[in-house]
Design a protein around this ligand. Structure first.
Ligand code: GRF
Length: 203
């Protein structure tokens, strides 16, 4: 199976997936890492591992449609079976999402359907949530929605700051995201009527 990972910055989730793919000998390769920011730190890591590292700078495109069309062209050159959004900070057009329907996944740092959008940890703390976490889900046209693949839960401590909470959650993201991708490249997931089941947990 061929994996293409989209990033915008640090790329720590992408790194975790690249490392797990090699260490656990998945039946897959990370074919490319693509960023909408040419300066994204993660591109250097990808290149250092011999992975095609490409940038499609969204600032060079006048419309979302034009950017998404070029992004899809770059991605499709690598013929991906799965497209992994890992800290990719652009809203995608419905057409782009449709093109990758059922084979594009995202990680979001909240327990969806709570807190779609930005500043998830700050909002969870402000509202006095006792539990926070992260969600890996299939991407649908609606932002931060879509069938849920796996979640990690993390207690919110009374003295937590946005930073301390996000650090603990990020460590869990690095566990659940590689796991979700491994399930997909090993054909262990089943998606039906908007609900995902893992083969091992089916009756
Ligand atoms: C992660 O917290 C992810 O959940 C969110 O953006 C952050 C990306 O971090 N969507 P990294 O680029 O993977 O280090």
């Amino acid at each position: 199976k061929r994996i293409v990972i989209l990033i915008s910055g640090r790329g720590s989730n992408m790194e975790a997936i690249v490392e797990a793919c090699a260490a656990e000998r998945w039946p897959a390769t990370v074919a490319a890492v693509v960023s909408n920011r040419p300066e994204a730190r993660g591109l250097q890591f990808a290149a250092s591992r011999g992975i095609a590292a490409e940038a499609v700078d969204h600032k060079q495109y006048e419309t979302r449609e034009a950017f998404d069309a070029e992004l899809a062209r770059v991605i499709d050159r690598h013929a991906p079976d799965v497209v992994v959004l890992a800290g990719f900070m652009r809203i995608l057009t419905a057409r782009f999402v449709e093109h990758y329907a059922g084979r594009m996944i995202n990680i979001h740092p909240s327990l969806l359907p709570a807190f779609p959008g930005l500043h998830t940890h700050r909002r969870a703390i402000e509202l006095g949530c006792k539990l926070a976490g992260a969600t890996v889900h299939y991407v649908t046209a609606e932002l931060d929605h879509g069938p849920i693949i796996i979640q990690a839960v993390e207690p919110v401590h009374p003295d937590d700051t946005e930073d301390s909470l996000s650090q603990r959650i990020l460590a869990k993201e690095h566990v659940i995201y590689p796991r979700a991708v491994r399930w997909i490249v090993s054909d262990e997931l089943h998606l039906r009527d908007g609900v995902v089941t893992h083969r091992g947990s089916e009756p």
